[in-house]
Design a protein around this ligand. Structure first.
Ligand code: ATP
Length: 301
């Protein structure tokens, strides 16, 4: 009987893995319709990470042939550097991260990681190299420990706890009735937006990718939570190549380069101070956000 159950067990595991992968990807990218099949190139090799150097060279892209979304987008993120992407809703920010993850193939130009064209490497090796902290994390109906570990099912309890500490959620978990065995998700304990985001950060710490995509939440968190999350993100992005899709400009003043995207084109680029001094679109966005924050602070006072 045991012989019968082992394969069934395996099947169950594979099924759960696939389902989880799908849920997560959908959540990460807000995919509504299924993207076209992306296949590995014949004879594709594994991506060999040497430092995590990401380069977009003259990238053009369209979801549908008649509507081009990205136009001649080029940027270079050296190993360990931080690139921020800003721009109004619909500018194409998330599209850039979907392309890096190769959910879609581009129509012109090239995307390389450590000199290897991402269209020519095995997809699973590409996706192993990239960690994503999405805007809204989906939790599985399972324990909080399982939810942290699911990016690396072989992780030990000690590794899970170290990741939770790195994400500043360990203390919170210990305060729960069943600690790491506490059930969360739809049928368990509901976590707040900030707590869920910290679970996502802990997952990413366990996954230990060379390249990190942070899709910043648009919804405002209270300032203590925000500070905790920013500090956890600072820890996880240290020494990794990081691409931040930013909504609050105050979180990217330290970025090595900021791209301002409008209708799929880079209209400004540079560091925070230089962009402010240039007095263009970025400086306008900054002034607007400062004014909004001031009036929110006045309203709260
Ligand atoms: P936001 O800040 O609102 O998340 P964004 O800058 O990330 O916006 P994208 O999600 O990259 O914008 O979308 C860029 C453009 O691509 C938009 O005009 C959008 O309508 C279009 N688009 C996004 N996903 C798809 C899709 N699956 N099929 C067709 N068009 C899409």
């Amino acid at each position: 009987l045991a012989q019968l159950f082992r394969p069934l067990d395996m099947l169950g595991m594979v099924y759960r893995e696939i389902k989880q992968g799908l849920i997560d990807m959908e959540a990460m990218f807000g995919l509504i319709d299924t993207p076209a099949e992306i296949a590995d190139a014949p004879g594709a090799a594994d991506l060999a990470i040497t430092g995590g150097h990401v380069r977009f060279a003259h990238v053009d892209f369209a979801y549908e042939p008649r509507r081009q979304i990205l136009h001649d987008v080029s940027f270079d993120v050296p190993p360990g550097a931080k690139l921020a992407i800003v721009g109004h809703s619909g500018a194409g920010k998330s599209t850039l991260s979907r392309i890096l993850y190769r959910f879609y193939d581009i129509t012109g130009g090239a995307v390389t990681i450590d000199g290897q064209n991402i269209a020519q490497v095995k997809q699973d090796s590409l996706r192993r190299a990239i960690g994503i902290v999405p805007q809204d994390t989906v939790l599985f109906n399972d324990t909080i420990g399982y939810n942290i570990a699911y990016g690396r099912p072989d992780a030990s309890q000690a590794e899970i706890e170290a990741a939770a500490k790195g994400a500043a959620i360990h203390e919170f978990i210990l305060s729960l009735p069943d600690g790491y065995a506490t059930q969360v998700g739809e049928r368990g304990l509901k976590l707040s937006g900030g707590e869920k985001q910290r679970v996502a950060i802990a997952r990413t710490i366990l996954k230990d990718p060379a390249i990190l995509i942070l899709d910043e939440a648009t919804s405002a968190l209270d300032s203590a939570t925000e500070a905790d999350i920013q500090s956890a993100l600072g820890t996880v992005s240290q020494s990794r190549t990081t691409i931040v899709i930013a909504h609050r400009l105050s979180t990217i003043t330290d970025a090595d380069e900021i791209l301002v995207l409008a209708a799929g084109r880079i209209i400004e680029r540079g560091r925070h101070d230089a962009l402010l001094a240039a007095g263009g679109a970025y400086a306008d966005m900054w002034a607007l956000q400062q004014a909004e924050e001031e009036s929110a602070a006045m309203a709260a006072a």
